[in-house]
Design a protein. Structure first.
Length: 164
């Protein structure tokens, strides 16, 4: 019976390496998203002389939004790998020390904060183009954003309670 238990435990522990497939997929999606960012940036440069101030702000907000999403992907890849698969070798000597140690609780808070920031940018884009949206759409975008804010605050509060 003990041999069976040891076998099952080895399989369960080894299965964490399956997560690497997801992290590699995220790395590939980051590369594709980077290409998309470059296309948006080149388009912005090509049309900058025809843009009004509001259009320029919207274009830059789109680039900031993309940057936040890309940062979120990197954060999830690195902390997920570090927390669930394996520690990075020589993490102290590499740039990984800039990230600090992200446990699952702090990762949730950072992800929630990133989602709130991304939602804020989207909400600002909607408000800047308010004439293109009906009031119901604006209301729902605002409600969804507020739900993200409340969720992030609750996650922060729960994490603080768990540490005490």
């Amino acid at each position: 019976m003990k041999a069976l238990e040891n076998f099952v435990e080895r399989i369960i522990l080894a299965s964490r390496w399956i997560l690497v497939i997801f992290y590699l997929g995220l790395a590939a999606s980051l590369a594709v998203y980077g290409y998309s960012f470059i296309l948006k940036f080149v388009h912005m440069i090509g049309t900058v002389s025809n843009m009004g101030e509001d259009d320029m702000i919207l274009a830059v907000l789109g680039l900031i939004d993309a940057s936040l999403v890309a940062s979120l992907i990197v954060m999830v890849m690195i902390s997920g790998y570090e927390n669930f698969v394996s520690s990075f070798d020589n993490a102290e000597q590499t740039d990984l020390s800039l990230l600090g140690k992200l446990d699952s609780g702090s990762l949730k808070i950072k992800v929630a904060s990133s989602i709130v920031a991304i939602s804020s940018i989207h909400l600002l884009q909607v408000f800047l183009n308010a004439d293109e949206y009906d009031n119901t759409k604006i209301m729902w975008v605002t409600i969804v954003h507020l739900a993200f804010v409340v969720s992030a605050l609750m996650l922060g509060y729960l994490e603080k309670m768990m540490k005490h």
